[in-house]
Write a protein that binds this ligand. Sequence first.
Ligand code: SF4
Length: 404
Amino acid sequence: MSDPLDGLVDALADALDVSHCSKLADRTVCDVALPVSDLRNRDHHQRILIDSGRSRKGWSRIGRALHCLQLYAYSNVLDLALGSREALLCGTLGHTGQAHLLRRWQEEQNGRDPDVFHEPEEAMEVWCDLHPEGKPYLEVMIGVHRRYMAVWPEPPGEILLVEQEVSMVIGWRQDLSGPRWGLWVVTQESADEVERLEKERADLPIKRAEAAARDEDPNAIPGPVPPTAMQTPSGLVVEVTPLDAPGHRDHGWPIMLTRRIDAVWRERSRRVPIVDHKVTASDTSAGRAAKYAPDGQFASLRLIGAQLWPKDFSHVLLNLINREEPWRMTRHVVPATPWRDAQFAWQIYEIEHRIAQLEVRRVDPWYWPKAQGELSCWGRYGPCHGLDLCALGPSAVRGRDDRD
Ligand code: SF4
């Protein structure tokens, strides 16, 4: 297998030329057969509620580790609840409203019946019926939606996608011009197969224990074999660069990232941005978009856009929805960062190995590497949610429990 570093060097050489993805094909639209978004719930009226929840292997996990490994350990190893529930629930309700608004517009544009889907406010109500913890925020978020509609009452263009999960894998893509190492969009079928195999792997101890209880040889039940190749939506093959961490449960398995795209539309100018909604209680200025530019969640969207719409993808558009006074609703272009984006696959490869290394060495999760700087531990919204945990250790958890 080729060394990923060779591919990184290529990627760096191309870093200032973001058009390299257009070598894939010369398409004006994404003609890839992407599956319909998750449509998991139907209410008794048989209207569809679109799932705008988190994706399977989403950015938040890896983004947290890149920010601070100790924060990752609190959340993903110790499973401690971090963060503001209010922000999370308002964000989910805002995304639910946007998803139904845009999907209904998309249905109308395509001459189909929009009433198959809930209306936005109705969708928020149904979501709260399914998740009662959202009810305290329902009224305010319905008000936010009405304010949004007063500012942006029309479809912004031709709606191409709404709430679409997209999976990517690290590896060598076999292009016409030769193999390229990076993070590549793969088909939903490829991603589903990995998920199926991972589930089979998780179920293996139970199956073997059941075999042993029947006096059969448990080791006669083979474990699943991870895939070594996956397919892109345009039919190219990606030779997987798996996790190389002997002793870790994921050793030899693909390194994947999944993003749920909020929306994609085609503007009158024919440009195709990927749109990311952010429900916010704070800054809605263009400066906010500039601050998001280095954030990996936007780098991954830029990579997806360049691969799925190689000719027309233009930028990531931040759709800021203010949930407090002055109720500003603004849209801003997130500045491109081609040098960073070209290294993005490598950054993910590295941090996944760092996490695996700490887990294989069984480092006490309270002793994982801590950011040591004022600006890491105090951010735009105030102190990091792990500040008291880092200051006081496990006793801070007992203090939190006592307060609850
Ligand atoms: S307070 Fe600082 S060191 Fe502790 S988890 Fe947060 S960012 Fe990491």
